[in-house]
Design a binder for this molecule. Structure first.
Ligand SMILES: [Zn+2]
Length: 270
């Protein structure tokens, strides 16, 4: 069990998949022809990201942004701003690719390309990995260990961090879940895959809030929120998120980036 710094009761990582239009292209290639969907994805870089960054600034907390290579190339100003404000940037594919059964060589080429793009902005290779659409491959864990990553945020099997021993190295897992994914509540689509059921922000805060309260009583817990600027960056939703983050901060949460938490877990495991 991990004892969090300064006896904080729980670690919270605020993660944002800054997917823009690639979010829609990855779900359904026909989206490339559906202007409305692409435009909705662009709400992230055009509008939502600024609200997310302002909220984090106001609450004086840092987050982790998983950014596809294409988005880093297309929205350089926004991605630079994320980095300059002290947030972390992690790997998330190039075009949010969600195809299963690809070869190791294909993924290796993609990782090399995207790491170089991200390093061009941040000055260093990413250390955190989240597969687009939550999809990883049989060789992913070994590959990220070989490439010097610190952590994966892909699994959904626990409420506490743990370590994958792979290729003679340690990779920290920072698990999340669909329950902590804003898409579960906020994603709306009239085209395939259709999803019409959206819920009010108060309900999201209630769901996440109950989990947070219970996890406070379970030492060594972590809560990795998994969000998207294009969804949670809507005005009322960011207001609700700000209230929830402020609440967690005031109630014993250590709110840190994935990199900070992974480094801490690794140091504790020695
Ligand atoms: Zn994504």
């Amino acid at each position: 069990m991990v004892i969090w710094p300064k006896n904080k009761k729980i670690a919270v990582v605020l993660t944002f998949d800054f997917d823009g239009e690639t979010y829609w292209i990855g779900k359904n290639e026909r989206s490339t022809k559906v202007f409305a969907n692409l435009s909705r994805g662009q709400y992230g870089p055009h509008e939502g990201i600024y609200r997310v960054l302002n909220m984090l600034d106001e609450l004086e907390v840092k987050g982790t942004f998983f950014v596809p290579g294409y988005i880093a190339e297309t929205y350089q100003d926004q991605v630079k701003m994320i980095h300059e404000k002290g947030h972390e940037i992690g790997y998330h594919g190039y075009m949010h690719e969600q195809k299963r059964g690809i070869s190791r060589e294909e993924e290796l080429a993609r990782m090399e390309k995207c790491e170089a793009i991200l390093a061009g902005i941040t000055g260093k290779k990413p250390v955190g990995h989240r597969g687009p659409g939550g999809i990883i491959h049989p060789f992913t864990m070994e590959m990220i260990a070989e490439r010097g990553y610190l952590y994966s945020s892909n699994m959904k099997d626990t409420n506490s961090p743990y370590i994958h021993e792979v290729a003679g190295k340690k990779i920290v897992e920072l698990p999340t879940d669909e329950y902590y994914d804003d898409a579960t509540y906020y994603w709306f689509s009239l085209t395939q895959p259709v999803h019409r059921d959206i819920v009010p922000p108060e309900t999201v805060n209630e769901c996440w809030g109950l989990d947070f309260e219970q996890l406070l009583d379970e030492p060594g817990s972590i809560m990795v929120l998994h969000m998207h600027p294009q969804l949670i960056g809507r005005a009322g939703r960011i207001r609700a998120l700000g209230e929830f983050v402020g609440y967690m901060k005031a109630h014993g949460a250590w709110i840190a980036t994935g990199e900070e938490v992974a480094n801490y877990v690794l140091a504790q495991s020695k």
